[in-house]
Design a protein around this ligand. Structure first.
Ligand code: ADP
Ligand code: MG
Length: 143
């Protein structure tokens, strides 16, 4: 699916729509979502939209410095990672990534997922965001 959004609100809404799909196709595995796109593309805005749809009240900021954050969603946990500072997947090992990706209760959002491709399971949702203009973004969603 490819959509063009005209402002951050539309991007957040699109993320909410994705959430609907995730919940419908109930999976017995962790839900892994990789986000690609240059700095300022809107990856964090997308995560924020998803968190809003999940009714997470905490403010979602890019975890560029904390690397990883997690939020409770009912009996599930939403993880938000930012791999901007990572060279490759080896840097993820210290975070116990295997356990996180293997727990079916987890929903894992990974910014700059292209840097850690090797560790992602084949079955994951890939979001790619491209700048079109100051406020327009082309968002491709593949699952
Ligand atoms: P990234 O995490 O990809 O580095 P952010 O989500 O932090 O990017 O920032 C995206 C920036 O682009 C925000 O300042 C946001 O307000 C702005 N923006 C403008 N138009 C859009 C749009 N259509 N969708 C998402 N963000 C947008
Ligand atoms: Mg970001």
């Amino acid at each position: 699916m490819i959509k063009v959004t005209k402002n951050p609100k539309e991007t957040e809404k699109l993320a909410g729509f994705l959430l609907g799909k995730i919940l419908k196709n109930f999976s017995s595995k962790a839900v892994i979502i990789g986000l690609e796109g240059e700095l300022g593309a809107g990856k964090t805005v997308f995560v924020r939209g998803l968190a809003m749809a999940f009714k997470i009240k905490s403010k979602i900021k890019s975890p560029t410095f904390n690397l990883i954050k997690h939020y409770k969603v009912g009996d599930r946990t939403l993880y938000h990672l930012d791999c901007y500072r990572f060279k490759n997947h080896k840097d993820l090992k210290i975070l116990g990534i295997k356990e996180i990706l293997n727990n079916p209760k987890n929903i894992v959002l990974i910014e700059w997922s292209d840097r850690v491709k090797k560790i992602l399971p084949r079955q994951h949702i890939k979001i790619h965001i491209d700048h079109i203009s100051k406020k327009e973004r082309r968002i491709s969603i593949k699952s």
